[in-house]
Design a protein around this ligand. Structure first.
Ligand SMILES: Cc1cc2nc3c(=O)[nH]c(=O)nc-3n(C[C@H](O)[C@H](O)[C@H](O)COP(=O)(O)OP(=O)(O)OC[C@H]3O[C@@H](n4cnc5c(N)ncnc54)[C@H](O)[C@@H]3O)c2cc1C
Length: 425
């Protein structure tokens, strides 16, 4: 169904097949590995009507460059020799591929194909839901204890660490590590220990009581135990314009977006550890940073504060709160801020905004009545058991005081040891 081709074959392939999808892959490419089983299974389902081919990017550079391929994997769709649909790259979800395949075919054909897709059921001993440091540490211990373990993540593994520009406090590394490298090492260690990965999937439902998880619409995974390690996500301010301009001038990730602000001015909302530490990174690019902190002082650790106050590019506005975000022409933003002492409202003109005002637990998919604290973080006992038998939780998603990579890894260690002991109970 799925065939490897070379660039010399491409024109022939294109003229011989009305519908074609081409996957440019590389070796040592985690998102390519995550895509491979999805591409295989879709080739099986759609293969009679769509030609599925893959090409090694490094060995076929001329065609890759001609088609504008800049990263691996990249999926490109063709109809009657013409490129159509979206170009998919990175952690590609099955639903995104299906959407583009469906667009190639008539509606009745799509219905027919879907009616033949058989739901699958996979059994495993433990499912780890979430592949950040907590989940990966749990996986390493479980796999080394010979427990059949499947790790599911809706993104690529790594969690928040993969979007952290520099980690200097994780033991074992003399020099600060780029977050994506640290998470890469953790994921590779888990994989080589024997953890199976199902990543960049759509997680459709999670039944903690029955221990059943449905992914990508048709795939049910049944386990004896579940470890929840879904972490936390940035909290929103819920201020006018925030949702509207999320990703269009407002960012929650310096590692992802600071590079777009070379020689530009930015506003940072927040004054805690993350805001102050990320301002250091943003300062490598931006020409000026205005930091808006609602409290009368920064709350980051003293060393980070010193670096912040010593950076001539950073101006800190204490006791100010954002009141609204507005577009100002195509590229500029206006930020309304209120002085909490005088109630005077000022408008700051800027090129972009970064928001770092804390986190919230990723528990949206959990519908079972699990015990949480007042902020929605899952309550666990000393051995990471939740209120639902056979379900453990670790890392930033649990109710605890300190949320760090080391604490997530420690929770994952404890949960996995306890879980392995209780596997048949
Ligand atoms: C900007 C920033 C800088 C930081 N810097 C440091 C630092 O320098 N040192 C330090 O120790 N800590 C740092 N932290 C904190 C640290 O990253 C976290 O404490 C740690 O990553 C928590 O790990 P975790 O495994 O609990 O969750 P996460 O890292 O949040 O990972 C959770 C994973 O679960 C997945 N997931 C979420 N929902 C679902 C779902 N429904 N189904 C399947 N998968 C799901 C996510 O895709 C993610 O991969 C930083 C955090 C941020 C945001």
């Amino acid at each position: 169904m799925l065939q490897e081709i070379k660039q010399a074959d491409f024109d022939n392939e294109l003229s011989n097949h009305e519908n074609l999808v081409l996957d440019f892959y590389s070796t040592e490419c985690p998102p390519c590995e995550a895509l491979a089983p999805k591409f295989d299974s879709l080739a099986e389902a759609y293969g009679k009507d769509v030609r599925f081919v893959k090409m090694f990017r490094q060995g076929n550079r001329e065609l890759a460059d001609a088609l504008g391929v800049k990263s691996s994997p990249t999926l490109i769709f063709f109809k009657n020799g013409q490129q159509v649909g979206e170009i998919l790259t990175g952690g590609i979800k099955k639903a995104e591929i299906v959407k583009n395949l469906d667009a190639l075919l008539p509606e009745d054909k799509v219905k027919q194909i879907k009616s033949h897709i058989k739901p699958t059921v996979t059994e495993t001993e433990v499912v780890i839901l979430g592949g950040g440091p907590g989940g990966l540490a749990a996986g390493i211990y479980l796999a080394q204890a010979k427990v059949d373990t499947l790790l599911i993540d809706q993104n690529l593994p790594g969690g928040q660490v993969s979007t952290t520009h520099r980690v200097s406090n994780y033991p074992g590394f003399v020099d600060p590590q780029p977050g994506y490298m640290l998470s890469h090492y953790m994921a590779e260690q888990a994989k080589s220990a024997g953890v199976k990965f199902k990543v960049a999937v759509d997680v459709n439902s999670v039944d903690l009581v029955k221990k059943e998880i449905v992914v990508d619409g048709f795939e049910t995974i049944r386990a004896k135990k579940i470890i929840i390690s879904t972490g936390a996500s940035p909290r929103y301010l819920n201020v006018e314009g925030e949702k509207e301009f999320h990703g269009k001038g407002i960012s929650y990730c310096a590692t992802c977006d600071a590079k777009y602000y070379h020689d530009k001015e930015v506003v940072i909302i927040g004054g805690g550890n993350t805001a102050v530490e990320e301002s250091e990174f943003i300062s490598k690019f931006a020409s000026k940073i205005t930091m808006i902190q609602q409290l009368p002082k920064l709350t980051a650790n003293k060393t980070a504060q010193e670096r912040c106050y010593n950076d001539p590019k950073i101006e800190v506005m204490l006791s100010y709160e954002p009141r609204g975000f507005y577009k100002n022409g195509a590229d500029k933003m206006s930020v309304k801020v209120e002085d909490l002492n005088t109630h005077e409202v000022k408008t700051l003109e800027t090129d972009g905004v970064f928001v770092f005002v804390g986190m919230k637990p990723n528990t949206d998919l959990i519908i079972d009545p699990i015990e949480t604290d007042d902020w929605g973080y899952i309550k666990v006992d000393d051995e990471m058991r939740t209120s639902i038998p056979g379900v453990y939780a670790v890392g930033d998603v649990i109710s605890k005081k300190y949320r760090q990579i080391t604490t997530a890894v420690a929770d994952g260690t404890i949960a996995s040891i306890v879980c392995a002991k209780e596997i048949d109970q």
